[in-house]
Design a protein around this ligand. Structure first.
Ligand SMILES: Cc1ncc(COP(=O)(O)O)c(C=O)c1O
Length: 447
């Protein structure tokens, strides 16, 4: 029996519950919530009552479900995350890093990595992957750069990289994992944008753990059709599963949502089913069709070296930000993010052929005009001098000062635009003139 069947069975049994949650399933639903959340959600929203397992100490249906998912995905262990990849990244870091442990991190990381540093007290060593000015994106994490750091710092406990990046750039995980293991270092991969790898390696390549990483974290909600913020943590047996569980329990609610837990299970089973596989096939086909329609038009280009679900597009004479504005204002199309070079249109399992057709029409209308924008600015962050660990700075006494007066001062909090959530400044970094220029540029883009 799967989790949703078990929830249904309990619902049908008409058990009289003197337990949380207080809405008592459908006995009382706040009127507006009937429409905003829905009756079915309330009906399935149970606590860890008899017969339902406990996400913090799974030993029954949740454990069986996670084991079955691990078998299907082909890794040793799977954990269901009901608080996004963010929670999986933090728990991974807490499970392998102790205070003052050194950790090598690709600086184009998500802000949750910084939160993991603040909570663990680990000491980061940063490297910044190359920046591709043509597209305005970070390139893959270079295995040889990682090897150089590891060979010079024998006490690096773990390496953390983002692959694929927000824009779909994959690193060579197999090679990086091999290097990390040669130096006795743990490899954690933020694979938040690569969850489809677990279900369709034929299109997207194998997931990071299958390629040798020790831990990877994937957001099912980003590409696979699960509701926000369903995600997965995958790990192999190098990592003690109870250590991960203990660290998840440190940061998770003790009242996890059963509708979300069952949605994770249903999402995995669906994507491995025949219907799910056809859905992925059609998604890939429809995206390729759209890109092919423009392949002979030299006024428009799609990035062709990234994950194909992340459509990174450029039109001659327009900055990515201008393209983004036109799409929004004239066609009611909202992209995920844009920079001076390109605009990022994210797709996933819910992206229909009709939606892509509408985009194609919009792009054709845009292409019928000439544009002559000459603006260019880099969105590359500037590395700053590290004065304190993120944890020390986060817990230090703070003052609020104007941006102009901040040069030479130590940053006390994470400063990042969202998306993509890559911090331009992190706690413990000395603020310099370049940071301020970058921030002002970023603010002008957001406004
Ligand atoms: C690269 C990357 N990692 C991690 C996360 C966090 O994922 P979640 O929203 O599932 O917590 C994000 C979110 O945008 C992200 O872009």
């Amino acid at each position: 029996m799967n989790i949703s069947q078990k929830i249904n069975k309990i619902s049908k049994s008409k058990r009289i519950l003197f337990t949380t949650p207080s809405h008592d399933r459908t006995s009382f639903i706040i009127p507006n919530c009937r429409y905003s959340v829905g009756k079915v959600f309330y009906n399935n929203d149970l606590s860890e009552i008899n017969g339902l397992d406990n996400l913090a100490e799974p030993e029954d249906i949740i454990l069986q479900s996670m084991k079955k998912s691990a078998d299907l995905i082909g890794v040793d262990n799977v954990f269901y995350l009901i608080n996004g990849s963010s929670s999986g990244i933090i728990a991974s870091m807490l499970s392998v890093l102790r205070c003052n442990d050194k950790v090598l991190i690709a600086r184009n990381c998500h802000k949750s990595v910084i939160n993991g540093l603040i909570l663990s007290g680990a000491e980061p060593i940063w490297f910044l992957p190359d920046y591709n000015e043509n597209w305005g994106i970070y390139d893959k994490a270079d295995a040889s750069v990682i090897e150089k750091f590891l060979s010079k710092n024998s006490d690096i406990k773990a390496v953390i990289i983002t692959s694929p990046t927000y824009e779909g750039i994959n690193s060579d995980i197999k090679k990086i994992a091999k290097i990390c293991h040669q130096y006795n270092t743990i490899l954690i991969v933020d694979e938040a944008h690569g969850a489809l790898k677990s279900f369709a390696p034929n299109y997207f390549g194998d997931n990071a753990v299958k390629l040798g990483a020790d831990i990877s974290v994937q957001s099912l909600h980003k590409t696979c059709g699960a509701p926000n913020p369903c995600a997965l943590l995958l790990c192999n047996n190098n990592i003690q599963p109870f250590a991960i569980q203990n660290c998840l329990n440190l940061i998770n609610t003790t009242s996890p949502s059963f509708p979300l837990i069952s949605a994770i299970e249903d999402n995995i089973n669906y994507l491995f089913s025949k219907d799910g596989q056809i859905k992925i096939y059609n998604l890939v086909k429809n995206i390729n069709n759209l890109k092919n329609k423009f392949s002979q038009n030299d006024k428009i280009s799609f990035c062709d070296f990234n994950d194909l679900t992340k459509m990174l597009v450029k039109i001659n004479g327009l900055t990515g930000i201008e393209l983004s504005d036109i799409l929004f204002e004239q066609f009611n199309i909202e992209d995920e993010l844009a920079n001076y070079s390109s605009s990022l249109l994210l797709t996933g399992i819910g992206t229909t052929k009709y939606k892509l057709k509408y985009l194609e029409k919009a792009l054709n209308i845009i292409l019928a005009k000439e544009y002559f924008s000459s603006q260019t600015k880099s969105s590359k962050i500037f590395l700053s001098k590290h004065i304190m660990t993120p944890r020390e700075a986060f817990f230090a006494k703070k003052v609020i000062i104007s941006t102009e007066n901040s040069i030479g001062r130590i940053c006390a909090e994470i400063v990042s635009s969202y998306p993509p959530g890559i911090p331009s400044l992190i706690p413990g970094e000395e603020i310099n003139e370049n940071n301020i220029i970058f921030l002002k540029d970023t603010i002008s883009v957001v406004c």
